[in-house]
Design a protein around this ligand. Structure first.
Ligand code: AMP
Ligand code: MG
Length: 399
């Protein structure tokens, strides 16, 4: 059986980043530039005042207090006007261009204006409350490297630079479908033996959170013809199809079969718990990932294989979750042979990260995902982790 890392490497090899599209910056949150974004001009573009006050010449402030003649006004948004000459000052607003001749701004708090004259009580510090052109960014500076997601800070910088629209990788469209005779929609009261389809809700949420666009299909009956038709339909127009259920060895598990017969089966089964019977391949040329139906299996399988694939298509440089070393909160045991992903909550105690398992860890224990911050890797050959043992935790989110 393949290890998780081997399986992920094989799966990811089938994906590449999607083509570039131009997107207005107001719609580009979370998208990923296709090229390095470089500053076309400095910021700020002109020397401007950091304070409301008076633009002055330092040479006039040798002996404070000193009284200067106020000869004009510089407002934010107006071109520079007038020139400060010996013995004069120009009233200046925050963000206004510094008038010619001035080399410092005296804040209002250090000045008294009366009848067209201002008395300066204190000389300004070294920077003179002037924000020089290029103080923040110089022309040619690298602002956002290709492969980094655009967040508010990056988008604001693109706005400042007038770089809209921005060329980014198109978002992948993922079709999510649930299979199982037992499933009814979440809005429906289940009949005897039926359960509500929670996996398509979870998968859709996971796809969105991973930056993909999602289309939801199903529930699909456990019928070979139905499964084949549903997978074929799902493939049309999708960058990836993700299914839940029907990939194990049950009498009515048809998904792997259909992929093998009609599509291309690349791998089946990974040495992990939960989520072993993963299927990867393609259907009608569209990449396909089939996750086993247990609610924890789809979540863990999504994290290990689907999210990295989505991020690769989005052009993200980093496709994996960050990891931290942590101390396990209490003793846990398992059989050797598979990598266990133990859902944990993180806390910070005395400068150390503690990862406390969220309770029973069966693949049907949906409550083990509630308020989980990530998974601790309980390695293939390990059988015991004593309380306080060091583990690697894949971080989904911080407390
Ligand atoms: P399967 O992988 O199809 O054998 O399903 C494994 C277990 O997961 C069974 O107990 C199913 O009832 C359950 N299951 C399958 N699909 C879903 C779903 N969409 N929502 C919730 N539970 C599911
Ligand atoms: Mg099933």
């Amino acid at each position: 059986m393949l290890t998780v890392d081997e399986a992920r490497a094989r799966i990811l090899a089938a994906f590449s980043s999607l083509p570039s599209i131009d997107v207005p910056i107001r719609e580009a949150l979370g998208m990923v530039p296709t090229h390095d974004v470089v500053a076309p001009h400095p910021s700020p573009r002109f020397d401007n005042s950091a304070m409301d006050g008076y633009a002055v010449r330092r040479a006039d402030l040798g002996d404070v207090p000193v009284t200067l003649e106020v000869i004009g006004e510089a407002r934010a948004g107006s071109p520079p006007s007038g020139e400060v000459v010996a013995g004069t000052a120009i009233a200046v607003m925050t963000g206004a261009p510094v008038p010619a001749g001035a080399d410092a701004v005296v804040p209002i708090e250090d000045a008294d204006e009366d009848a067209g004259r201002v008395t300066v009580r204190a000389a300004p510090p070294g920077h003179g409350h002037i924000r020089p052109a290029g103080d923040d960014v110089r022309a040619g500076d690298l602002l956002v490297p290709a492969g980094r997601e655009l967040d508010a800070g990056e988008l604001a910088m693109l706005a400042t630079m007038g770089l809209s629209p921005v060329p980014v990788h198109r978002r992948p469209l993922i079709t999510v479908l649930s299979t199982g005779d037992e499933l009814v929609r979440p809005e429906v009261e289940p009949g005897p033996g039926q359960i509500r389809d929670s996996n398509s809700v979870a998968l859709a949420a996971l796809v969105r959170a991973a930056g993909g666009e999602v289309r939801v299909r199903g529930p699909i009956a456990d019928d070979r013809t139905e499964v084949e038709r549903a997978l074929g339909n799902a493939a049309a127009g999708s960058d990836l199809v993700v299914s839940s259920g029907g990939v194990s060895v049950g009498r009515y598990d048809f998904v792997r079969d259909v992929i093998e017969q009609r599509g291309r089966l690349d791998l089946w089964r990974v040495a992990m718990q939960p989520g072993k019977p993963v299927v990867s391949g393609a259907i009608d040329g569209t990449p396909f990932l089939g996750l086993p139906g247990n609610p924890v299996s789809i979540h863990v399988g999504f994290e290990q294989f689907v999210r990295p694939a989505i991020r690769k298509m989005r052009g993200c440089r980093e496709v994996l979750r960050p990891v931290v070393r942590a101390r396990i909160g209490h003793r846990i045991e398992k059989k050797p042979g598979r990598l266990h992903f133990v859902r944990v909550r993180l806390s910070f105690e005395g400068g150390e990260v503690v990862a406390t398992p969220t309770g029973p860890q069966g693949s049907h224990i949906q409550s083990s995902l509630l308020d989980a911050h990530g998974v601790a890797r309980f390695d293939v050959d390990e059988t015991v982790l004593d309380a306080g043992a060091e583990v690697t935790v894949e971080v989904w989110r911080l407390p």
